[in-house]
Design a protein around this ligand. Sequence first.
Ligand code: G3H
Length: 292
Amino acid sequence: MDRYEKTLSDSKVVADDASVAAEVSKIVEKSATYATPDVYKFLFSSIDLTTLSTEDSQESVAAFTRRVNDFDNDYPQYDSVAAICVYSNFAEVVSSNLDVTGVDVAVVAGGFPSSQTFTAVKVADVALAVAGGANEVDVVMNLGYLRDKNYEELCDELIELKHTAKDAKLKVILETGALKTAKAIKEASILAMWSDADFIKTSTGKIYPGASLEAAYVMCECIKEYYEQTGRKVGFKAAGGIRTTEEAVHYYAIVKEVLGDEWLNRDLFRIGASSLANNLLSVMTGEEQKYF
Ligand SMILES: O=C[C@H](O)COP(=O)(O)O
């Protein structure tokens, strides 16, 4: 048994699908109590405002970034989004147009969204994005290695990407919709964290299904166990298909119930979304918004 197999077999996180579904139902039942104005504002400030379109361009990404600058002037009463998230080749466009402090420059990199390319290409992509101003880098775990139980190579690659990202946060995407079972999601979560991930993230938004509450529950349980073992707090990012305020509150409830208030800040909790911000802003302002 190698060291990663031992780490996986030592975990006490419950990962049978029926138990996970039952725990999630209990949390969802009480989640309406969290649907308050303060929670909506917090959720808005936890968004990685995302554009990942084949048609993104220098001009469109610059305009997307300027909208975040405008928001700061138009809505000084609200905290802005946590980050702008774009393809790696646009890191410099965002960083050179962003005037707001406290909003991070996030990119998806490293063979996104499949992770099917050479490690050297992934490393170069991450390095170029960081040189362009990215301070957060979202990469997809190599699920081929996971499938073959090739844990050493899987982890070595992620460790190299974190080393390349330097001080930039590394968010490791598990693509939980492809993993399907709680057991596989648990394994991917643990391996990502032992590979120095700063965050573990559910999905790319490029396959169906995207994020699920069940995946979020398992991931948060793994984060909790890892914290108890190491004292290091790893963040949680829900992403992929999250559009409604109700869905966002459900993810908030999972994090609150499993990890507690210590995780409810933008350093440890994010929602990556291309279509959630306007819905939250509509609830916050009491009128329909198409701001972003
Ligand atoms: O990382 C963020 C996701 O790609 C966003 O997915 P979405 O477009 O389904 O909201």
